[in-house]
Design a protein around this ligand. Structure first.
Ligand code: G4P
Length: 283
């Protein structure tokens, strides 16, 4: 699904999320392990109030493990309960353990009031394409019973019971990405979270090639069989020739190849790549 965000959409999304947040004990925000900073929505801090926050660094199978571990510590230091996941192979137990930790105070409070076995209610949030639906589907499949509307709860809200201890709101909150910085825009376009057409796909591919040759030497060569070079435009031309990606007159079809390069990145075909590091944001 492709999104373009306008102020009206953002205001509506914010309002919906605010309503849903009233119903939950804990917020589970999904971010993309390849861009754990760029894919995190800063406005959620203001919406979340004092609710405990779990951060799920998802798509870890596509990212660089070393960098993912750095980001895990980075966010833990900021007070988040963090878990690294691959939503496609949802394993509920580690998620449950972290959610339980995050909700320790609530569980103890309930106990003190004699409310035992009251499930924790959670909501999934995240910008488009980080894996929210995949997460809900794959975890729900293992456990699922829909609990339906409860008296006193806004009509239309459905809860999915993942375990005796945890219920999820069945529709995730869709957050808007942060737009303030060009690098962030580029990163979220690269993971496919915003409509690529609003950014120049050519520029996207050149930036990606330049980043890969600098930070993951050998990855471009392994994918396309070309010699890596600093000049990414030259490199793109070489890839076009090597892959016979040519226009009718025989000229390199850089537009088509740019799409392919971005698509190869999204599909993990350059190996496990992280596009940013905590150090980029702690200087
Ligand atoms: P959203 O609700 O947050 O918008 O994201 P969604 O679940 O639709 O997931 C977006 C894409 O990311 C899907 O791929 C999904 O399969 C993939 N995905 C989700 N979690 C993971 C993960 O942990 N690892 C990997 N490698 N991929 C993940 P798609 O190509 O759009 O669909 P499909 O072809 O997989 O069905």
């Amino acid at each position: 699904m492709e999104y373009q965000w306008y102020p009206g959409h953002m205001a509506k999304a914010k309002k919906d999320i605010k309503e849903s947040l009233k119903l939950v004990d804990v917020i589970i925000e999904l971010i993309d392990a390849r861009i754990p900073y760029s894919s995190k929505n800063p406005d959620i801090d203001e919406l979340a109030g004092n609710k405990p926050r779990v951060l799920l660094i998802n798509k870890a199978d596509l990212a660089d493990d070393r960098v993912t571990a750095e980001f895990k510590s980075f966010y833990e230091e900021k007070g988040y309960f963090v878990i690294v996941t691959n939503a496609k192979n949802g394993n509920l137990k580690p998620v449950m353990n972290v959610v339980r930790d995050a909700c320790k105070e609530k569980i103890e409070r309930d106990k003190a009031r004699g409310m035992i076995n009251r499930p924790i209610r959670a909501m999934i949030l995240g910008i488009p394409n980080v894996g929210k639906s995949t997460f809900i589907n794959s975890y729900a499949k293992k456990a699922c019973t829909k609990t339906g509307d409860k008296p006193g709860v806004t009509t239309g809200k459905q809860w999915i019971r993942l375990s005796k201890e945890l219920e999820l709101l069945d529709t995730p909150g869709i957050l808007w990405p942060k737009f303030e910085d060009a690098k962030v825009g580029l990163n979220i376009a690269l993971i496919g979270s915003i409509n690529e057409n609003i950014l120049d796909s050519h520029e996207l591919a050149l930036k990606l090639l330049s980043y890969l040759t600098k930070n993951y030497p050998g990855a471009v060569n392994a994918r396309y069989g070309v010699e890596e070079k600093e000049d990414s435009l030259e490199l793109l031309y070489d890839i076009c020739s090597k892959k016979a990606c040519l226009k009718k007159g025989g000229e390199p079809d850089t537009d088509r190849m740019s799409f392919t390069v971005a698509d190869d990145f999204r599909g993990g075909r350059f190996g496990r790549v992280s596009l940013e590091r905590p150090a980029d944001y702690t200087k």
